[in-house]
Write a protein that binds this ligand. Structure first.
Ligand code: CA
Length: 226
């Protein structure tokens, strides 16, 4: 079982790494939010232990981004904050469990094992809009049965648009969700990537799905809703 620990406190992180390794897990550690997201993208982890207060980007953002991207990897939030509204927020954002510091490692281990025993959630493993189909488990996209050759980032971008089909997404929101960055108005990277995505998703097909809303952002049309 592969575990990712996202925790900026070096002592806590190494304590957790040692404990889980001794319990038979393969453990990776990220000391900040940006590295955490990078590892999640390349990882194939069975579970993520996620601290909330992190340098770079916080745990709330990582959790939101993870679920927006359609990844169902179980997440256990580990945090010093002991407030009911934080617990509720964590669970609403799609966390599987929540543990407040300080904690006993035996309790953390027991909770992790409980989560891993649950059958995986299979909801929304395929997203569809018109003849566009996204296999969220296999990270494959097809249109009219034809495989689309997308990079990991393009797949994330397309899945964001598909999840919000029919809604106009601003460049800023896209930049934050896909690149986890604040662009301060310079969202050229979004336009460049949208153009590239469009060349793969729309250009070869007669019916266009991606529409530019001038001065605002982009929308993936949902013909069934129009
Ligand atoms: Ca922290």
């Amino acid at each position: 079982m592969k575990l990712l620990i996202v925790e900026d406190e070096v002592k806590t992180a190494s304590f957790l790494k040692r404990g889980f390794s001794e319990a038979g897990f393969v453990v990776s550690v990220a000391f900040d939010g940006v590295d955490g997201m990078r590892q999640i993208q390349t990882g194939g982890f069975d579970l993520i232990v996620l601290d909330i207060m992190l340098p770079g980007t916080d745990g709330w953002h990582i959790l939101t981004w993870l679920r927006e991207a359609g990844l169902q990897t179980p997440v256990l939030i580990l945090t010093a904050r002991d407030e009911v509204r934080d617990r509720v927020k964590g669970l609403e954002l799609g966390a599987d469990d929540y543990l407040v510091k300080p904690f006993a490692f035996s309790e953390l281990l027991a909770r992790v094992r409980t989560i891993l025993r649950r059958p995986p959630v299979r909801e929304a493993s395929t997203l569809r809009v018109a003849d566009l189909e996204l296999d969220m488990d296999g990270h494959r996209a097809t249109r009219a049965g034809q495989r689309l050759d997308l990079t990991g980032r393009e797949f994330t971008l397309l899945s964001l648009l598909v999840r919000h089909a029919g809604e106009v997404l601003t460049r800023t929101l896209i930049a934050q969700s896909v690149w986890n960055m604040n662009f301060d108005g310079d969202t050229n990277v979004v336009d460049v990537n949208l153009r590239r995505l469009r060349s793969k998703v729309d250009d070869p097909f007669p019916r266009k799905l991606l529409r530019t809303v001038r001065g605002v952002g982009y929308v993936l049309e949902n013909p069934e809703r129009n």
